[in-house]
Design a protein around this ligand. Sequence first.
Ligand SMILES: [Cu+2]
Length: 147
Amino acid sequence: MLVNVRCIIATAIILISNAAFAELHITDATVRLLPPSVPNTSAYFSLQNTGDENITLVGAQAGIANKAELHNHIMHGDVMRMEKQDTIVVPAGERVDFTPGGLHMMLFGLIKPLKKDQIVTLSLLTDDGQQISFDAVVASPNKHSHH
Ligand SMILES: [Cu+2]
């Protein structure tokens, strides 16, 4: 009987930790299709934090690339440059868009050339040790341009 109670408690803890994953809704995830000679590319998506606590992203992972980083485009005088972001906060109840010219997931060193409409798995890492994985579709830049 004691064993059963412990088992129920363990299950409850797993359910609670799974619920935390659901607080970040990721939609419209795309990876930019570039000519096969280009070793790096970037991914874009929308993040909606449906929970009541801020979510702090501290990194990224992608099996399709040697290295993935969170980047932003920052103006330096008249020059737009990409910079690695150590943290990106998605405030409670708010939405953060990763879009061309703004925040993006940078993918360095593609392991294989990407194909149009290929589905790839990307992951975001949070400061509390979660890895949030999601699917993204490979698309040419024009197809998913924003209005
Ligand atoms: Cu970048």
